[in-house]
Structure formats: structure tokens, C-alpha cells
Design a binder for this molecule. Structure first.
Ligand SMILES: [Fe+2]
Ligand SMILES: [Fe+2]
Length: 217
């Protein structure tokens, strides 16, 4: 690959951290070390990276739809700004994984239209229980996502972490922000929601199914 093409590839990437990110090709081997990237792409485990980016993109999309549903019901109440702030961070998360999908040429899950509807319905449905219901949903979902991100971090660390350093940085940052959302939910009376324990268990079972399907479809 010429220097011009390598430079063009690098120009597609600009992380919030200001570091340039790699571009790779789906199903093809590229043996170029891109600009500042520490990743040599011909050694990347394509299957693992595909799965991680696809499911994370789906998860962040679903989170956005959940907060959209919550805002539709509670946007003008006292917790509206709290929910909006978390939603704004989810928008950043989704944007980053959308960029990673393009760069790594990973296709989205075919379930996106389904998550669109289910996510909004979950957010709006729990918000109809009151702000405690919405916050219970937030606690359940964010705990599941943080757990999921921790599993991914473990998986990547068990492989060759230096090859996945930039992806690991993104996942760690988002994991920390999901945990902040989880804590915000608890601070806003999530545990006072009707049938909190049951509601949380049902939502988390749904999250596990969503993760399983989005990794594979
Ligand atoms: Fe997120
Ligand atoms: Fe979150």
C-alpha cells in the first residue's frame, strides 16, 4: 500500500484522545502498520473483533433507544436533565462504535430494527412506572453492559492486549461511564421501583439474550 493510501486510511480516524486509529479490511489481510497505530492488522483476530464491535454497537444503539423512551415520558420532569445527560453520553458511545464499524468493516446486526422498537418500549414502559421504574431499568441495563464490557476486556487481555490497545481504551472508558449511569440510577431511587428485584432480573435476562443474538446475527 502506498504512503498516500496509508495516509488516507489514517485520516479516517480521530479518537477523542487525539490518537489516530487503524483501518482494516473485512476478510482480507492487510500487513501495513498504519501511522501511529500500534496494531498490525494481519494479526488481528477478525472473528473476535467483528463480534465485539457488532454487539457493542447494537448495545449502545439499544441504550440510546431506552433513554429516548424514558425521555418521551419523563423528559419534562425533575429527572429529565439527569436522563438527558446519560443519553448524551450514550450518543457518544454509539458514534464511536459506528465509526469503528466503518473502519473495521464490520456489519451491524440484522436485529437493529428490532432493538429500535424494543429499546424504546423498554425505556418508555419502565418510565411509565415512574422515575423509580426508569432508574431501575437504568441500573439493570447498565450493570449488564458493564459486566459485558468487563468480559470483553478480559477476552482481549487474554489474547494479545498490545494489539487491541486502542479498542481496549474505548471499552474501558465506556465501561466506566456505564458504571456511573448505574450509580446514578441507584442514587435516584431505583430500588424503590415496584417489584424492583423482579423487574431487574427480567430486564437483565433480556439483556443477556440481546447480547447473545447481536453477537451472532
Ligand atoms: Fe453506553
Ligand atoms: Fe450507559
Amino acid at each position: 500500500m502506498s504512503c498516500v493510501r496509508a495516509a488516507a486510511a489514517c485520516s479516517l480516524w480521530w479518537l477523542r484522545t487525539g490518537t489516530l486509529q487503524p483501518l482494516s479490511a473485512y476478510g482480507r489481510r492487510i500487513s501495513v502498520r498504519f501511522c501511529s497505530s500500534r496494531i498490525t492488522l494481519d494479526n488481528i483476530n477478525r472473528e473476535a473483533v467483528d463480534r465485539i464491535i457488532r454487539v457493542d454497537h447494537a448495545g449502545e444503539y439499544g441504550a440510546n433507544r431506552i433513554y429516548a423512551g424514558q425521555m418521551a415520558i419523563l423528559g419534562r420532569t425533575s429527572v429529565g436533565p439527569v436522563i438527558q445527560k446519560m443519553w448524551d453520553q450514550e450518543k457518544d458511545h454509539l458514534k464511536k462504535f459506528s465509526e469503528l464499524m466503518v473502519a473495521f468493516r464490520v456489519r451491524p446486526t440484522i436485529l437493529m430494527p428490532f432493538w429500535n422498537v424494543v429499546g424504546f418500549a423498554l425505556g418508555a414502559g419502565t418510565a411509565l412506572l415512574g422515575k423509580e421504574g426508569a432508574m431501575a431499568c437504568t441500573v439493570a441495563v447498565e450493570e449488564s453492559i458493564a459486566h459485558h464490557y468487563n468480559n470483553q476486556i478480559r477476552t482481549l487481555m487474554e489474547k494479545e492486549p498490545e494489539k487491541y490497545e486502542e479498542l481496549l481504551q474505548v471499552i474501558r472508558k465506556f465501561r466506566d461511564e456505564e458504571l456511573e449511569h448505574h450509580d446514578i440510577g441507584l442514587e435516584h431511587d431505583a430500588e424503590l421501583a415496584p417489584a424492583y428485584a423482579v423487574l431487574k432480573s427480567i430486564i437483565q435476562a433480556g439483556c443477556r439474550v440481546a447480547i447473545y443474538l447481536s453477537e451472532r446475527l
